[in-house]
Design a protein around this ligand. Structure first.
Ligand code: HEM
Ligand code: HEM
Length: 183
């Protein structure tokens, strides 16, 4: 019988850590935008928009990849509620990595200004009502999505640390292969 898969492919690892890094950059770009004024501040926001739309496209590609390459099984003996919690968290991550940039894109569209993508082309505006009110509502949803993402990320990291330090299994190792594999 074939051995069960016990490692993620390099593509899965690059998607996971690449997107995690891009999300971190998104937060840093907004922090930089808020800490500055004038043209440089507007530039940080432009990069935030372009990179955020890149997150959207990469997440769609990642979901396609994931459908062809299912997740690894949980370690034997994992209680059903933990399997469910992990699955629910992961699905919600995908929903947020689509929803957050979509609301950002919609809010920027309601604002009516061009959304350049790193100076190469202008991203099309979504067909939403162009008004301050609409932009404000959509931006509220963008921010709410980010808050849910923070909560989820805290649970996700705590779960990963519990696997590593309490259960002492290989779940963290398979997402960070630099960590030594346990026998
Ligand atoms: C914004 C940051 C992050 C996002 C959006 C994210 C998202 C995800 C998603 C969607 C999965 C499921 C992959 C799949 O099977 O489809 C996953 C798995 C995993 N993540 Fe993250 N993650 C983030 C950060 C982190 C961090 C900081 C850690 C480590 C401390 C981590 C550790 C893991 C581990 C160990 C798994 C594998 C779980 C398993 O094999 O069943 N993640 N992550
Ligand atoms: C995964 C992708 C994204 C993440 C994680 C993200 C994250 C954030 C965060 C943390 C804020 C600050 C919210 C606050 O003040 O409470 C913000 C604001 C904002 N985001 Fe995003 N964002 C993403 C994608 C996008 C996209 C695709 C666009 C537009 C095309 C966009 C446009 C904006 C705008 C216009 C603001 C308001 C900035 C201001 O004037 O203060 N975001 N985003």
């Amino acid at each position: 019988m074939a051995e069960p898969r016990n490692r993620y492919s390099i593509v899965s690892l690059v998607f996971h850590w690449g997107l995690a890094l891009l999300v971190l950059c998104q937060v840093l770009l907004i922090t930089a935008k808020e800490a500055t004024d004038g043209p440089i501040s507007r530039e940080f926001l432009q990069i935030h928009k372009a990179l955020g739309l890149t997150v959207l496209v990469l997440t769609l590609a990642r979901i396609g990849w994931r459908m062809a390459n299912p997740a690894l099984p949980m370690p034997p003996g994992t209680p059903d509620w933990q399997k469910f919690a992990a699955k629910a968290t992961h699905v919600l991550f995908y929903v947020l990595l689509i929803g957050i940039p979509m609301f950002g894109w919609a809010a920027a569209s309601a604002g009516g200004r061009d959304i350049p993508w790193f100076g190469l082309f202008n991203w099309p505006l979504l067909p939403v009502e162009q008004s301050r009110d609409m932009a404000g509502t959509l931006m509220g949803l963008h921010e709410a999505g980010v808050k849910v993402l923070y909560v989820l990320l805290a649970l996700h990291v705590l779960a990963a640390l519990k696997h590593h330090f309490v259960d002492r299994d290989n779940v963290l190792h398979r997402m960070i292969p630099l960590i030594r594999r346990r026998p």
